[in-house]
Design a protein around this ligand. Structure first.
Ligand code: NAD
Length: 308
């Protein structure tokens, strides 16, 4: 039987993620949104592209959670996106209500699903979704580190004029301004960038990565990035559905790992059919540990504002 992925929120990120899943043919997709007609229209359009993609996936657009029943994976993208001048945390209260409602419905309709949270501020929303669903923490995770690492990898490849295919980057911590990019684990064909780029240049690339989302918001003005975010969520969906066991930086529940307890944070994990099958602990330097702690603190502050 074909796998089923529901995407909650049919806006820019949700519809693009739906496109990538349907195009790949690895699962049927249900696209849910509160706006009447919009998910139905987008689903019809995507379905009409399937013959061109040689894809046998089915897609349905809906305003009714009943259609999402028995999903294998649910991707939450519902919520407000940033406008120029806004930080991800400015979205906190409005998006918390939306994510709580979505998580409640998912727990009822798809009690065995794996949940990928994209809505910002993502680490906080992942923790909220986990608490709301009462799912095992292995089955609730957030997307952020893959996107941040892909941005860093793109900037490195442009700087060195090498194929992005040959660049691997690693960014840990929360998906916010306090993220922790790790240049010594960012490599070009295995060579750390610390050996091929001057420190000043690396710092500039890291700064651009931290502000990568805001850079796009300032161009778009009416919304935020969605192609790379959707591609990042798709990579998670694929690793889980196909049991690829990719090692990817995702927001996962830490219970002692990285010296952190009871908090969703971006760390490398192994993603397979069980969800987060393993948290991979990387030995951090003193300075990296301090950055990681600062990132944890800023996520905890937001959780406190929601009384979680
Ligand atoms: P968008 O405005 O294009 O789409 C959001 C959609 O959510 C809209 O279609 C809206 O109708 C829908 N929605 C609102 N309330 C809803 C509800 N209660 N139930 C279902 N749907 C509802 O925004 P976008 O660009 O797709 O971004 C979506 C979210 O993802 C934002 O919070 C954004 O900040 C976040 N985001 C996160 C990352 C990341 O790396 N984690 C990257 C990009 C965007």
């Amino acid at each position: 039987m074909k796998k089923k992925v529901s995407v909650i929120g049919g806006g820019n990120v949700g519809a693009t993620a739906a496109l990538l899943i349907v195009q790949s043919g690895i699962a049927d997709v249900v696209l849910f949104d509160v706006v009447e007609g919009m998910p139905q229209g987008k689903a019809l359009d995507l379905g009409e592209a399937c013959p061109l993609w040689n894809s046998s996936a089915n897609i349905k657009g809906t305003n009714d959670y009943a259609d999402t029943a028995d999903s294998d994976i649910v991707v939450i993208t519902a919520g407000l996106a940033r406008k120029p001048g806004m930080s991800r945390s400015d979205l906190l209260h409005a998006n918390a209500d939306i994510v709580k409602n979505a998580a409640t419905e998912i727990a009822k309709k798809s009690p065995h699903s794996i949940l990928i949270v994209v809505t910002n501020p993502m680490d906080v929303m992942a923790q909220l979704a986990w608490k709301t669903t009462e799912f095992s923490c292995k089955r609730v995770m957030g997307m952020g580190g893959i996107l941040d690492a892909s941005r860093l990898a793109a900037f490195v490849s442009w700087e060195l004029d090498v194929s992005p295919e040959d660049v691997e980057a690693l960014v840990l911590g929360g998906h916010g301004d306090e993220m922790v990019p790790l240049p010594r684990f960012t490599t070009v064909k295995g060579i750390p960038i610390t050996e091929i780029l001057p420190r000043k240049k690396i710092n500039a690339l890291i700064e651009r990565t931290r502000k990568g989302g805001a850079e796009i918001v300032s161009f778009l003005k009416t919304g935020s990035a969605y192609y790379a975010p959707a591609a990042s969520a798709f990579q998670m969906v694929k690793s889980i559905l196909l049991d690829e066991k990719r090692m990817l930086p995702c927001a996962a529940y830490l219970n002692g790992e990285y010296g952190t307890r009871d908090l969703y944070m971006g760390v490398p994990v192994i993603l397979g059919t069980e969800g987060v099958e393993k948290i991979v602990e990387v030995k951090l330097t003193k300075e990296e540990k301090a950055q990681f702690r600062r990132s944890c603190e800023s996520v905890r502050k937001l959780l406190k504002q929601l009384s979680i």
